[in-house]
Design a protein around this ligand. Structure first.
Ligand code: FAD
Length: 538
């Protein structure tokens, strides 16, 4: 029994025909969380929708985040009250519509003095008030003894205790995919590996988008997609798509790069998310995930938009040095890094501000030919942002404003009692760790998917729009950065079942495997040298 929003995108001729066959109310360019959220809301309100994504859904920034659905406590001192209020209340909504993709987890902020604890508490009181946080979810204070008992890896000398409050962890790529499937479920025509390469205008109005097949090895295909409204949700590529509408348009974005390092859990054994300051006083964090702990993140200006932004030794050392200062485990070095990922934040430029001071607020602009561009924002608040965008689309189309249902209708897989479902898998003999992982990824669909990489990869192709091994390994199965066995058995198992489904020859199948292995090793190529920390930072 497969859930709603089943998606099989192998019939490429039919897909391109469907894109070219009619005039849509709206075409959304970009299948990250922003575009996927807009497509779903618009389709649920009865608009006819096309969604085109140049690579895979969520393959841009929306699979590179810190994977937190968070209230944005950090933005309080910046005075961004509205942003905090929205993020804090959106957290609750994501938890309601997709509980498997918003797993509550304590965030622990160790503090050196009672004064710091008092300051943190004052901030949290405001934060809890703004977000309407119920009593049972309010922050607590740990004494030093409690901190030492609960998180023994933290270097306790000189600390006064900790402040602890609940936040949520998600799987960003799967949250995006759930929205894409939800959109398709409500009639949207959605296509991955389908890039917008030109915007056509009639009498100064943008009326159509030329899209092109980008699936590696696929025959050349294009379609002319007519639409009454064009939405540009291309994330870091928003300025590039704006230039398709108005060549020479000045850039509005300022991109900043963020890097995460993954180490084996036993090297940094934390049980909750720990927040601690880096050398420049920015907050960084360590998050436990399966057999690993990930440490993030950096925030540095990055003017380019390559698919896999480079991870430098400086990026890694910034995080490792901070961890070395706050944890008493034997100091981590670059050789401990099992994997790493990087992404760029599509922020709206604000003159004179440092990377981490630029507001995360989203903005909308209507271009000279009527294209609506969206940038900024957070994964956390994608739903509210989509609601605003679709309100504006309805207005532009001259339709009566309708009410968004996205705050209450569950996302595909979201109709689930996570604890009960996990318990029933464990009762059926699945290990607790594997059960928690599977329910976290698949929610109510977990039994339809079945166990193990082969079952997951089959499901990915038949019901989740996967067309490459990377689509499964990196995004749908969330294994690429978190599987520690260097033989990557999941990769071979997945490739074996995907090959017949996707028509790969033996050579093509091997290429898919090699490509995935290279993704993981290339990310570490600057970090292999066993230099001491800081050797390259001068
Ligand atoms: P993207 O996900 O990049 O999507 C844009 C898509 O457009 C891409 O998939 C791209 O392939 C596609 N595209 C580009 N050009 C074309 C074209 N011509 N035709 C068709 N498609 C095209 N937010 C949180 O709430 N919590 C966090 O913990 C968090 N951590 C973060 C950590 C880091 C390091 C970073 C970088 C960001 C983080 N964010 C976080 C922010 C969040 O990830 C982003 O705001 C969000 O993912 C942006 O989504 P998007 O859809 O706008 O962009």
């Amino acid at each position: 029994d497969v859930g709603s929003g089943s998606l099989d995108l192998r019939g490429r001729d039919g897909l391109f025909d469907a894109l070219g066959a009619r005039t849509f109310d709206v075409i959304v360019i970009g299948g990250g969380i922003t575009g996927a959220g807009v497509a779903r809301d618009a389709a649920m309100r009865g608009l006819s929708v096309a969604l085109v994504e140049a690579r895979d859904f969520g393959s841009g920034t929306s699979s590179r985040s810190s994977k937190m659905i968070h209230g944005g406590l950090r933005y309080l001192p910046m005075g961004d009250i509205a942003l905090v209020r929205e993020a804090a209340s959106e957290r609750k909504i994501v938890q309601a519509i997709a509980p498997h993709l918003a797993r509550e987890t304590p965030f622990v902020i160790p503090a050196k003095t009672g004064g710091t604890i008092a300051k943190l508490r004052a901030g949290l009181w405001t934060f809890e008030k703004l977000g309407g946080v119920p009593k049972s979810r309010k922050h607590e204070v740990w004494s030093l003894a409690e901190l030492e008992a609960n998180e023994p890896a933290i270097a306790a000398t000189g600390l006064a205790g900790a402040v602890v409050y609940p936040e949520y962890l998600t799987d960003d790529a799967r949250l995006t995919l759930a929205n894409v499937r939800g959109a398709a479920d409500h009639g949207a025509v959605v296509a991955n590996y389908c890039a917008a390469e030109a915007i056509l205008t009639e009498n100064g109005r943008a009326t159509a988008v030329i899209v092109r097949e980008t699936l590696p090895g696929a025959p050349a295909r294009t379609a002319r997609v007519s639409a009454r409204m064009i939405v540009n949700a291309a994330g870091p590529w928003v300025d590039a798509v704006r230039a398709l509408e108005a060549p020479g348009a000045t850039g509005r974005l300022k991109l900043t790069k963020g890097v995460h390092l993954v180490v084996p859990r036993e090297k940094l054994p934390v049980s909750r998310t720990i927040i601690f300051p880096a050398a420049d006083r920015r907050s960084v964090f360590a998050v436990p995930k399966g057999e690993t702990t990930y440490i993030g993140t950096t925030d540095t200006f990055h003017p380019t938009t390559e698919d896999w932004p480079e991870i430098t030794a400086q990026d890694a050392d910034y995080l490792l040095t901070a961890a070395a200062a706050w944890f008493s485990v034997s100091p981590l070095t670059r050789v401990d890094i099992a994997s790493a990922w990087s992404g760029v934040r599509p922020l709206v430029a604000e003159e004179g501000k440092s990377a981490s001071d630029i507001s995360r607020k989203d903005e909308l602009w209507t271009g000279p030919a009527g294209v609506l561009s969206i940038a900024g924002g957070k994964l956390t608040a994608f739903r509210k942002m989509a609601e605003r965008v679709v309100d504006q689309i309805e207005e532009a189309l001259g339709r009566k404003l309708s009410k968004s249902r996205t705050a209450t209708d569950p996302l595909p897989g979201g109709d689930v009692d996570v604890a009960a479902m996990t318990a029933s898998l464990v009762a059926a003999g699945v290990s607790p760790e594997a059960a928690a992982r599977s329910v976290g990824l698949y929610g109510s669909e977990v039994e339809a998917v079945g166990n193990g990489a082969a079952a997951e990869a089959t499901y990915a192709v038949l019901y989740e729009g996967a067309l490459t091994l990377e689509d499964y390994w990196v995004r749908r199965g969330a294994r690429a950065w978190f599987d520690l066995d260097p033989a990557f058995p999941a990769l071979d198992a997945a490739a074996e079942v995907m090959a017949p489904l996707l028509g790969w020859s033996a050579a093509a199948r091997q290429n898919q495997i090699n490509h995935c292995r290279a993704l993981r090793s290339d990310a570490l190529s600057n970090l292999r040298a066993e230099q001491p920390l800081g050797a390259e930072t001068a």
